[in-house]
Design a protein around this ligand. Sequence first.
Ligand code: RVP
Length: 497
Amino acid sequence: MVQIVEGVSRTFNEFLLLPNRTRRDCAPAAVDLRSPLLRHVAGEASPIELRTPFTSAIMQAVSSPELAIALARNGGLGFLHHNRSIEDQVLDVRAVKNFKAGFVVSDTNVRPTDTLGHLRDLMQRTGHSTAAVTHDGSHSGRLLGLVTSRDFHPQRHDPGALVSSRMVPIDKIPHAREDITLSQANARLWDERLDCLPVLDETGNLQHLVFRSDYTDNKRFPTQLVDDNKRLRVGAGVNTHDYRERIPALVNAGVDVLCFDSSDGFSDWQAEALTWTKKHYPEIGVGGGNVVDSDAFTFLAEAGADFVKVGVGGGSICITRDQKGIGRGQASAVLDVAAARDAYRDETGQYVPICSDGGLVHDYHMALALAMGADFVMMGRYFARFDQAPGAKLPTRDGFAKEYWGEGSNRARNWQRYGQGGSQLIFEEGVDGYVPYAGDLHEGLAVTIAKIKATMVSCGATTLPEFQSTARLVLVSEQSFQESHATVAARDTPTLD
Ligand code: RVP
């Protein structure tokens, strides 16, 4: 006889937080968003603590190295996706681990034999006006020269002419060796009145560019998430098919955290893969998921998961519920799994953090997820809107949009995540679409963080554990949900949600 689980499947939109008393010392500046990322002894510190409780979705359209760098600089963690070759994922891990503030990996690169028309198109795409000319057109080839907006104007110069006709050759460009520090590079930029200083290895291959404008950048990020060697931290998604080969390569490249990525993680395959990983790499944190109830949480925690991801079918691009009829409202799932996490802690003395993954549309949904017990959140749609996400930025009737597609869509065809039997995707579980463009991640996330801190202040909490233990939630009726929105027509301002 089928079992009907008690309780309605509820979403974040159905809840509001009641304000608690705000003490005098409870102000946004006092709010600390630190949160544990990995399993630890209850009452002790987690081996890795997020400085802000945000992680990026394990998706092609979301977690590029650029996005992972920007997120780690803001205290969160990017998870590089695994729906590609091991070598490509390893390169992305290296790109994040090798990031040095102020030292930029050149993204506008050409060969001397490319045309100026090609260079013009590339500059338009990247939005940058300094191009490196390397022997093979790559970001790490032998540097032959530079072309900047001072050397070349699309209207003035023949688009059919070669890059070599306008480039300033390397023997006329001041450059530096790899061991230069940022303050030494900055001194040279000012003393020699340079805009850009290329940094080369001993064989003349390009490593980085240092721009005058980037020097003060580092000071902007007091909550960077870094390892013991001050390198940014990065996570990587893995799957239950090729983990025996993929994980050693990722660990060798310096990855900080792994996460088994599956639309339904309540499976023997995932338990086996977690156990294997903990046996061979006990020092590396590894998460599991996704799950929506307490049994599945306990199953993965017992298999060795260092954190568990919650959410099936709630993602903005997800059609799993339509296609397979499985899933659970994200609020109910988080509440249930949080209770299981606390029960597991009381029983074993081990705290296994949980992550609310998917379905966070408004900033206040993040506050609700945290109040309901999530230690941190994972987001796709939210991050896909920013400049740093890999999707193309396209003009629309109302402004700009960014491409965003699900891992279960025909575009991604991530059969490793959507195990439908065999090594192919038989039916789609995700859509391929657009999200409103939201500009720079640093600016957008700063606003989100300000809102979450303001919510916590209204609820009288300055830390996430305090927020979780004192928050009071109410269910909203349809009428009161409508009352939540302005009933006066707003002036014409862009909406980003
Ligand atoms: P959202 O933030 O609502 O865009 O959801 C992102 C999450 O959706 C991912 O972290 C993943 O769990 C899930 N996802 C990714 N692809 C798909 C799909 O194609 N159905 N779903």
